[in-house]
Design a protein around this ligand. Structure first.
Ligand SMILES: Nc1ncnc2c1ncn2[C@@H]1O[C@H](COP(=O)(O)OP(=O)(O)OP(=O)(O)O)[C@@H](O)[C@H]1O
Length: 666
């Protein structure tokens, strides 16, 4: 441990020092403009907003202003000191558009009604960087979060997919860190920590931070690339660390990551942390943080673990829910279609659907298994520029695939649910659910890869007749209706587009696929409670599946039975809901949620499609001993989040592993 620490004054660090010093030009205007006022009282019209926006998880003093009136109003920003005496940024004369967020959301999406970012008084570098990205007005979730976040409030947030949650927590954090650095000088230890359940999501959050505040040092940490690079980067000093829990713990354990100065922690996709088995890691990390901090959590559902976290680690949290129980769960602008198909014909109708509905644009086809993704991608590559993405694909290849898809080098991505959550790929026109998702939540997240940032998109659900009940269930659960597309007639000869891939049999091959229908509805739609409402968790097995796919099928709570009949190709919906009906795809086991590898180091960066502009990149390879993948254990018959911590002993981090904790200027 001490050896590691003594390296901190390495020559590399001293080279870095002037760079950091130069980068920390103070945003004096921001510091000067800031106001503190006593709270103002809520008005009678609060109810309008409260209905749609804010509920309090615990009794809180009335939050006024942003949350407290309908219509537009000019007001001063009310603030109290946040952590480390961070103060709210300037918001003098800022207009808070806080009418009905739902209505607003429908109409604006960054449109005319949004709050001008340039008027917020936040650091000019953020304003300019966002403007360069075409972001000039706040989205509703950002407006809802901004003021309480600036006030230092802990919060739980929920909004529809693609509506800008990252910047909702990102803007206040970036601004506060910039101000703090301007005042106190830049330090070595991070001031903000963002936990994400997957590498891809972590990378995306990092990208958003790097693009929006290019002068901040944001480091992304996850497994799959050498940990030494991340340790070096931490050694130089970082402002914000984004990462997956496993690698973060690894870095803490090695004495490379000192969380003693963290003032902001964000749990992004918190319920997904649970789904991929990170709960123990997350709690360990939260235990290591200073008491005096601001915590923000974003979660689509509220399983009991999240509630427990909320009670244990958040202080008097505010809940900002722009979805609500009865609202539709999908973003506006996504057209939903369903289409019935025989199991053995499904693969053959994907092509026509893409041609018709993607119209040459980007399309993601979601399968349940890695094997399906590979095979479908392979077969479709005859007619489309197409690649597969799933957890068995190496991290570096996954990144290449994602950046190729982003950049338009190919336009059809066949993915397992590894891509369902959080990924922000611009201009995806079409989502095809090749197989029913495991839960309504997964459906929402898969579909939410289109229609982002107010754009239009289409999602098509392919189902077998015997799965019609599940389709209705999804409709009810997400509050949307599917328009049924006419069946696509498949000529005999082309029924099985995998026919040259081995296997055989009457229709549908995929190796051991082959049963025509033969399904039975598993029935039993488990609806598991969450305080955020229904989250699905249905189990229906189209035709039952296992055979070559290995016995999926056991349903956990709330799920219907899924008959696993070997050799049959089935609809593969596996009821599993655990506490909240939110499930992950069966393919998560090895790859999804793995954390590893840095993709940005301050000086050198890493290779592999990172969007960090500065820096070279080094190929990420090799899994560190602390790879998170080892924690994901998959049990037969279902998806099991169980894992055992590799870090029973967490070291003596209470004393910060002996690291220097004092903030110092470089
Ligand atoms: N105010 C804004 N104006 C225009 N575009 C924005 C704004 N805020 C965010 N965006 C863009 O919208 C896209 C979606 O944002 P983001 O990924 O944060 O959504 P999200 O709510 O986290 O979605 P998901 O739940 O699917 O993860 C991003 O490309 C982001 O840059």
């Amino acid at each position: 441990m001490m050896n590691i620490i003594s390296r901190k004054s390495s020559s590399l660090a001293s080279v870095k020092a002037p760079i950091r010093a130069l980068a920390s030009v103070p945003h004096v205007h921001s510091l000067l403009h800031f106001h503190i006022h006593p709270p103002i009282s809520t008005s009678a019209s609060d109810a309008v907003v409260a209905r749609n926006v804010v509920t309090s998880a615990a009794p809180i003093p009335p939050l006024s202003g942003l949350l407290g009136f309908s219509g537009f109003r000019v007001r001063n920003f009310r603030s109290q000191s946040g952590p480390l005496d961070f103060r709210a940024s300037v918001v003098s004369r800022a207009e808070y558009a806080v009418a009905d967020f739902s209505d607003e959301e429908k109409s604006s999406k960054g449109g005319d009604e949004g709050l001008e970012i340039s008027k917020l008084g936040i650091a000019q570098e953020i304003v300019s960087a966002l403007a360069n990205k075409g972001i000039t007005k706040l989205f509703p979730i950002q407006r809802a979060v901004l003021e309480p976040a600036m006030q230092g409030r802990d919060m739980i947030g929920r909004a529809r997919t693609g509506t800008g949650k990252t910047l909702a927590f990102g803007i206040p954090i970036m601004d506060k860190v910039i101000q703090y650095n301007a005042k106190h000088g830049r330090g070595r230890n991070p001031l903000a920590l963002v936990l994400a359940p997957t590498r891809e999501l972590a990378r995306q959050v990092e990208k958003e931070f790097c693009e929006s505040a290019p002068n901040l040092d944001t480091l992304c940490v996850y497994g799959g690339t050498p940990i030494s690079r991340q340790m070096n980067s931490l050694d130089y000093g970082v402002d914000v660390v984004v990462g997956t829990p496993g690698r973060i713990i690894d870095l803490i354990k090695r004495g490379a990551l000192n969380l003693s100065e963290v003032q902001f922690v964000v749990l992004d996709e918190a319920d997904q942390m649970l789904a991929v088995g990170f709960e123990e890691d997350v709690e360990m990390i939260l235990e290591k943080l200073p008491q005096n901090r601001q915590s923000m959590m974003f979660s689509a559902t509220m399983p009991s673990w999240i509630r427990k976290l909320t009670q244990k680690y958040l202080k008097n949290p505010l809940t900002i829910d722009l979805v609500g129980d009865s609202d539709q769960k999908l973003a506006e602008g996504i057209s939903l279609y369903s289409i019935a198909s025989e199991m053995y014909e499904k693969a053959s109708i994907v092509g026509p659907l893409i041609t018709e509905h993607a119209k040459g644009g980007k399309c993601i086809v979601f399968t349940q298994t890695k094997r399906d993704a590979d095979r479908l991608a392979y077969a479709m590559a005859r007619n489309f520029r197409c690649e597969a993405l799933h957890g068995d694909i190496s991290q570096s290849q996954r990144e290449r695939t994602l950046s190729g898809f982003r950049d338009g080098h190919f336009n059809v991505l066949v993915a397992t649910d590894v891509a369902a959550r959080g990924l922000d790929i611009p201009n995806v026109d079409l989502i095809i659910h090749y197989e029913l998702p495991n839960s309504s939540e997964i459906f929402v997240h898969r579909s939410g890869r289109t229609g982002r940032a107010g754009k239009k998109g289409t999602a098509i659900l392919i189902y077998a007749e015997q799965q019609a009940r599940t389709v209705r269930f999804i409709e009810r659960d997400i509050g949307c209706k599917f328009s049924e597309l006419p069946r696509i007639a498949i000529e005999g000869g082309s029924r099985d587009m995998f026919s040259d891939m081995g296997g055989g049999g009457d229709g549908g091959r995929f190796g051991s696929f082959g049963s025509r229908g033969g399904g039975r509805v598993g029935g039993g739609f488990g609806r598991s409670g969450s305080s955020f409402g229904r989250s699905g968790g249905y189990g229906e097995s189209g035709s039952g599946r296992s055979g070559s796919f290995g016995g999926f099928g056991s349903s956990r709570s709330g799920g219907g039975s899924s008959s696993s009949r070997s050799g049959n190709f089935g609809g593969s919906s596996f009821g599993r809901s655990g506490e909240f009906g939110d499930t992950i795809g069966s393919d998560r086991s090895s790859g999804f949620g793995n954390s590893s590898g840095s993709h940005r180091s301050s000086g050198f960066g890493n290779f592999g499609g990172s969007d960090r502009s500065s820096g070279f990149r080094n190929p990420g390879s090799g899994r560190s001993s602390g790879s998170d993948s080892t924690r994901l254990s998959r049990t037969s018959g279902g998806f099991n989040d169980s894992f055992s911590s590799r870090f029973g002993d967490f070291g003596d981090d209470r004393s910060n592993n002996g690291q220097s904790t004092g903030r110092r200027s470089f």
